[in-house]
Design a protein around this ligand. Structure first.
Ligand SMILES: [Zn+2]
Length: 134
Protein backbone atom coordinates (compact mmCIF):
# COMPACT_ATOMS: atom_id res chain seq x y z
CA UNK A 1 0.00 0.00 0.00
CA UNK A 2 1.24 3.46 -0.88
CA UNK A 3 0.72 5.83 2.05
CA UNK A 4 0.82 9.63 1.98
CA UNK A 5 4.48 9.93 3.00
CA UNK A 6 5.68 7.42 0.39
CA UNK A 7 3.60 9.24 -2.20
CA UNK A 8 5.21 12.54 -1.20
CA UNK A 9 8.72 11.06 -1.40
CA UNK A 10 8.07 9.72 -4.91
CA UNK A 11 6.78 13.12 -6.06
CA UNK A 12 9.70 15.00 -4.50
CA UNK A 13 12.28 12.63 -5.93
CA UNK A 14 10.84 13.25 -9.40
CA UNK A 15 10.97 17.04 -8.84
CA UNK A 16 7.35 17.21 -10.04
CA UNK A 17 8.37 15.94 -13.49
CA UNK A 18 6.94 12.86 -15.06
CA UNK A 19 9.63 10.27 -15.34
CA UNK A 20 8.81 8.98 -18.83
CA UNK A 21 7.63 11.96 -20.91
CA UNK A 22 9.19 14.66 -18.69
CA UNK A 23 6.12 16.90 -18.57
CA UNK A 24 5.73 18.92 -15.39
CA UNK A 25 2.76 18.19 -13.16
CA UNK A 26 1.47 21.71 -13.75
CA UNK A 27 1.24 20.94 -17.50
CA UNK A 28 -0.74 17.76 -17.10
CA UNK A 29 -3.45 17.65 -19.76
CA UNK A 30 -6.00 15.31 -18.26
CA UNK A 31 -6.74 14.48 -14.69
CA UNK A 32 -3.85 14.18 -12.35
CA UNK A 33 -0.54 12.39 -11.95
CA UNK A 34 -0.22 8.74 -11.10
CA UNK A 35 2.18 6.97 -8.82
CA UNK A 36 3.19 4.26 -11.23
CA UNK A 37 4.37 0.74 -10.48
CA UNK A 38 7.32 0.33 -12.85
CA UNK A 39 6.98 -3.44 -12.62
CA UNK A 40 3.24 -4.04 -12.27
CA UNK A 41 2.01 -5.89 -9.21
CA UNK A 42 0.72 -8.55 -11.55
CA UNK A 43 4.38 -9.35 -12.35
CA UNK A 44 5.43 -9.37 -8.71
CA UNK A 45 6.28 -5.65 -8.51
CA UNK A 46 6.26 -4.20 -5.01
CA UNK A 47 5.10 -0.97 -3.39
CA UNK A 48 8.66 0.07 -2.42
CA UNK A 49 10.23 3.32 -3.60
CA UNK A 50 12.52 1.44 -5.98
CA UNK A 51 9.53 0.25 -8.00
CA UNK A 52 7.57 3.51 -8.04
CA UNK A 53 7.74 6.55 -10.27
CA UNK A 54 5.73 9.63 -11.09
CA UNK A 55 3.86 9.36 -14.40
CA UNK A 56 1.25 11.36 -16.29
CA UNK A 57 -2.13 9.80 -16.89
CA UNK A 58 -1.41 9.29 -20.61
CA UNK A 59 1.83 7.36 -20.04
CA UNK A 60 0.34 5.48 -17.12
CA UNK A 61 -2.83 4.41 -18.90
CA UNK A 62 -0.98 3.32 -22.02
CA UNK A 63 1.64 1.44 -20.05
CA UNK A 64 -0.89 -0.49 -17.95
CA UNK A 65 0.80 -3.66 -16.70
CA UNK A 66 3.28 -3.81 -19.62
CA UNK A 67 6.92 -4.38 -18.73
CA UNK A 68 8.25 -4.95 -22.27
CA UNK A 69 7.56 -3.98 -25.86
CA UNK A 70 8.67 -4.63 -29.42
CA UNK A 71 11.56 -2.58 -30.77
CA UNK A 72 10.19 -1.48 -34.16
CA UNK A 73 13.70 -1.41 -35.63
CA UNK A 74 14.59 -5.06 -35.00
CA UNK A 75 11.28 -6.66 -34.05
CA UNK A 76 12.94 -7.85 -30.85
CA UNK A 77 11.18 -7.99 -27.50
CA UNK A 78 12.87 -5.57 -25.11
CA UNK A 79 12.27 -4.37 -21.56
CA UNK A 80 10.63 -0.96 -21.19
CA UNK A 81 12.55 2.02 -19.82
CA UNK A 82 12.95 1.70 -16.05
CA UNK A 83 13.09 5.15 -14.42
CA UNK A 84 14.98 3.85 -11.37
CA UNK A 85 17.55 1.67 -13.15
CA UNK A 86 18.05 3.59 -16.40
CA UNK A 87 19.15 7.16 -17.07
CA UNK A 88 16.64 9.12 -19.12
CA UNK A 89 19.30 11.03 -21.07
CA UNK A 90 21.01 7.83 -22.21
CA UNK A 91 17.80 6.60 -23.81
CA UNK A 92 15.91 9.66 -25.03
CA UNK A 93 16.44 13.07 -26.54
CA UNK A 94 14.09 15.79 -27.71
CA UNK A 95 13.76 16.68 -31.39
CA UNK A 96 11.43 19.59 -31.01
CA UNK A 97 8.20 18.23 -29.60
CA UNK A 98 9.02 14.68 -30.67
CA UNK A 99 10.73 12.33 -28.26
CA UNK A 100 13.53 10.58 -30.16
CA UNK A 101 14.82 7.17 -29.02
CA UNK A 102 18.55 6.48 -28.66
CA UNK A 103 18.09 2.80 -27.78
CA UNK A 104 15.75 -0.13 -28.58
CA UNK A 105 14.39 0.19 -25.03
CA UNK A 106 13.46 3.80 -25.74
CA UNK A 107 11.85 2.93 -29.10
CA UNK A 108 9.63 0.31 -27.47
CA UNK A 109 8.78 2.62 -24.56
CA UNK A 110 7.75 5.50 -26.82
CA UNK A 111 5.43 3.15 -28.73
CA UNK A 112 3.84 1.35 -25.78
CA UNK A 113 3.35 4.52 -23.72
CA UNK A 114 2.05 6.55 -26.68
CA UNK A 115 4.53 9.34 -25.94
CA UNK A 116 4.53 10.61 -29.54
CA UNK A 117 0.78 10.31 -30.14
CA UNK A 118 -0.46 13.42 -31.99
CA UNK A 119 -2.32 14.89 -28.98
CA UNK A 120 0.81 14.61 -26.81
CA UNK A 121 3.05 16.14 -29.50
CA UNK A 122 0.59 19.01 -30.03
CA UNK A 123 0.46 19.64 -26.31
CA UNK A 124 4.28 19.80 -26.13
CA UNK A 125 4.37 22.08 -29.20
CA UNK A 126 2.16 24.58 -27.43
CA UNK A 127 4.30 24.39 -24.26
CA UNK A 128 7.45 24.95 -26.36
CA UNK A 129 5.77 27.95 -27.98
CA UNK A 130 5.06 29.33 -24.48
CA UNK A 131 8.70 28.76 -23.56
CA UNK A 132 7.92 26.39 -20.70
CA UNK A 133 9.13 23.08 -22.16
CA UNK A 134 11.30 21.01 -22.08
ZN1 LIG B 1 3.77 11.03 -19.66
Amino acid sequence: MIDASLRRRVIERASNRYEYCRLSQEHELFGTFHIEHIIAKQHGGEDGEGNLCLACSSCNLHKGPNVAGIDPGSGDLVALFHPRNHRWGEHFEWRGALLAPKTPTASATILVLGINLPENVEHRESLIAEGVFP
